[in-house]
Design a protein around this ligand. Structure first.
Ligand code: CDP
Ligand code: CDP
Length: 224
């Protein structure tokens, strides 16, 4: 029987991580875990409860009593907090532009990292985020760092928003992505970084299928 691997996929905002991670997990019959959705869920609930996003102890207290769970869904995995579906609520511009503040809180990261390690278990997992290969699963057999030019990433988010009827301009999206990448890369606790043993894949001119196939090829190489 083939060994069940841990596959870590990291990279900046809108590089295509969750889209390809979900497909790769399906192809391998592995569990998929979107850690960004966990940070978004905490941010959404804190905003809903009018908690100051810099008040770490208040957010930690809230998080300790919060259950975040996933269920299969299309095009994105369904996300629940305390049993209530919040799949769309966590992708609003308000949450997107606040999440990096919450994600910089040390104790919040520590709690979510523990939960992520529980989910990853001994393997058979594709997990995407910012610090999976560098901090959450340092022993993952496969580590991918997905990048694309900021113009391409803004364009991808723009097209996605168009389908949802969200009318943010391309320029604004580009700025928001740059601000978030900067915050995520410069925070003190487990910043966005390419693990030394990660394989970088530049997806700027690659379609989703190309990226999926490239990752499956890397997985094959690791197995042999
Ligand atoms: O999908 P998108 O690239 O917009 O972001 P995401 O993966 O949903 O992550 C949202 C935010 O959560 C990121 O900008 C980070 O601030 C934070 N995050 C993190 O700090 N660590 C992770 N492992 C995953 C996400
Ligand atoms: O999770 P992350 O923020 O890295 O990106 P995503 O939400 O998976 O992808 C952002 C958008 O880029 C989605 O609408 C994808 O369909 C699209 N896309 C992609 O993921 N990969 C490509 N190679 C091309 C486009």
């Amino acid at each position: 029987k083939m060994k069940k691997l841990q596959i870590a996929i990291d990279g900046p905002a809108s590089a295509g991580k969750s889209t390809v991670a979900k497909i790769v997990a399906n192809k391998l019959s592995y569990i998929y875990c979107d850690t960004g959705a966990m940070y978004r869920s905490v941010t959404f609930k804190a905003l809903q409860n009018h908690i100051d996003l810099n008040d770490e102890s208040a957010i930690v207290k809230m998080l300790e009593d919060t259950e975040i769970s996933f269920a299969p869904g299309n095009p994105v995995q369904k996300v629940f907090i305390d049993g209530n579906e919040i799949t769309d609520d966590i992708r609003t511009p308000e949450v997107t532009n606040s999440v990096s503040t919450v994600a910089a809180l040390k104790e919040v990261r520590s709690i979510l990292t523990d939960r992520q390690r529980d989910i990853a278990g001994k393997g058979g997992i594709v997990m995407d985020g910012r610090d999976i290969g560098s901090a959450v699963l340092p022993n993952a057999e496969v580590k991918i760092f997905l990048i694309a030019s900021v113009d391409e990433r803004a364009e991808r988010r723009f097209k996605e928003n168009q389908q949802k009827g969200i009318k943010t301009s391309l320029e604004t999206l580009k700025k928001e992505i740059e601000v978030r990448d900067h915050k995520d890369s410069t925070r003190k606790v487990s910043p966005l970084t390419k693990a030394s043993d990660a394989i970088e894949v530049d997806t700027t001119s690659m379609g989703i299928d190309d990226v999926v196939n490239k990752i499956l090829e890397i997985v094959e190489n690791v197995r042999n």
